[in-house]
Write a protein that binds this ligand. Sequence first.
Ligand code: NAP
Length: 214
Amino acid sequence: MKIGILGSGDVGRKLGDGFIELGHSVMIGTRDQSQQQVVDWVKRHGKQAAVGTFGDAASFGDIVIIATRWDGAINAINIAGHNNFSSKVVIDVTNPLDFSAGMPPKLSVGYTDSAGETIQRLIPDALVVKAFNTVGNPHFVHPDFPCGPPSMFICGNDPNAKKTITEILKSLGWEIIDIGCIEGSRLLEPLAMLWITCYFRENNGNIAFKLLRK
Ligand SMILES: NC(=O)c1ccc[n+]([C@@H]2O[C@H](COP(=O)([O-])OP(=O)(O)OC[C@H]3O[C@@H](n4cnc5c(N)ncnc54)[C@H](OP(=O)(O)O)[C@@H]3O)[C@@H](O)[C@H]2O)c1
């Protein structure tokens, strides 16, 4: 498959690594294609990797990933062109973090709305699935924890889109827990805040959530 990723930060490049490892072709979309981190990323991956504008990446992808800061997400989607998302599976990795009062950040949307729902409303023809937002990017690909695969919570309105993402997540080493429609982002985004809080209190990013059952 072809994967378009909006945003060239740690999250965009790490997801690019993972999708390329699974055999997909990836184009990262950015506002500045000359950024050293993107130039190096393309060089490292060779023919399976490319860089372009937000519009290039969104039109390239069979699956499109929103991997920008939250305060840039709507801008990135608008620049990319809403028609480039129509009928496509869109993975929303964002967390609506507000850094204006310093660290740790606070949520800027919550309780009655979420970033996931905001993105779904902005591109109503897209099949938005919230995923990857509840763990730090170093663990996105083959998370390695002593108690086995951690849980990746996902949500979205389209069952087939979630099936597609579930298969990809399994290949990346995750146990997947589908919590329902995109409104579930109201839970998954605060769950990311819990991850961030633990990270700051323990000064340790080697943490992930796992749902235990018996
Ligand atoms: N860091 C993590 O481990 C982690 C884990 C889970 C979820 N998340 C979420 O994933 C998203 C990306 O995280 P990150 O750490 O990669 O973030 P980041 O490095 O701070 O930003 C990612 C990208 O956002 C784009 N961006 C920033 N301002 C923008 C604007 N005004 N308009 C359009 N694009 C803009 C930039 O893309 P270009 O410079 O390429 O244009 C930038 O590279 C965030 O929403 C974050 O909350 C992060």
